[in-house]
Ligand binder design. Structure first.
Ligand code: 13P
Length: 251
């Protein structure tokens, strides 16, 4: 079963709408490569301008969060209905920064995954262990609990469409990336957890990315692994030339 590799830039809290448009104009036509899916996950405020700037290209846009309700008295929140309305395709859910700074639990992540599917958005679900969990030999246990928590109650068809990003927290923004072999082993394990929940077919289809200090010079090594279907990239996705090199490196 061949899975289309997916490179997703996670801009985090960087770039104004104007800066996003300038970036889009630089990467158009270049970060569009046959056989690689290219996604930019921008701050909410940049999404309308980015959607407009990328119209007619194959580059898709993603959000970095959503609320699980469609509407209501939730000051400061953004719903799946609103994202769909902008032409958003993807939404990152359960990033470790949201788990750490905004108290997102596996239950909340699960509700958000349901909200994404309800509105035709593809979730990019983040899982991964902290340094002390890795050192205690709990990497796989943590990933299992987070994967099961996030996917609970989905149909096998939905699970097959989801994207999971394995991001060991100690590798995020630190320049200390996991070795490709280690990441491949954990991702293969996550795939086996999906198989246990939804069967072999869904497990063979679901795309699982690696994230954590991915750069143009190491992306091909990750993508060359049998279980790794792409990368979720923070810092190295912010410069047009670097982003283009990441997409090229995934081919
Ligand atoms: P870096 O690529 O900057 O390490 O960030 C990884 C990340 O958190 C992507 O979601």
């Amino acid at each position: 079963m061949s899975r289309t590799p997916i490179i997703a830039g996670n801009w985090k809290m960087f770039k104004t709408a104007g800066e996003a448009v300038a970036f889009a104009n630089e990467v158009k036509g270049k970060a569009e490569i046959d056989g690689v899916e290219s996604v930019i996950c921008a701050p909410f405020t940049a999404l309308p301008a980015l959607a407009d700037a990328l119209k007619g290209t194959t580059i898709k846009i993603g959000a970095q969060n959503l609320h699980f309700e469609d509407s209501g008295a939730f000051t400061g929140e953004i719903s799946g209905v609103m994202l769909k309305d902008l032409g958003v395709h993807y939404v990152i859910i359960g990033h470790s920064e949201r788990r750490q700074y905004f108290a997102e639990t596996d239950e909340i992540v699960n509700k958000k995954v349901f909200a994404a599917f309800k509105h035709g958005l593809t979730p990019i679900i983040c899982v991964g262990e902290k340094l002390e969990e890795r050192e205690a030999g709990k990497t796989k246990d943590v990933c299992k609990v987070q994967t099961e928590g996030a996917l609970k109650g989905l149909t096998p068809e939905q699970a097959a469409q989801a994207v999971i990003a394995y991001e060991p927290i100690w590798a995020i923004g630190t320049g200390k990336s996991s070795t490709a072999e280690d990441a491949n082993e954990v991702i293969g394990y996550i795939r086996s957890v999906v198989a246990g929940l939804f069967g072999e077919e869904a497990a063979a289809k679901i795309r699982i990315q690696y994230g954590g200090s991915v750069k143009p010079n190491n992306v091909a090594e990750y993508l060359g692994q049998s279980e790794i279907d792409g990368a979720l990239v923070g810092g190295a996705s912010l410069e047009p030339a670097s982003y283009i090199a990441l997409v090229e490196g995934a081919k």
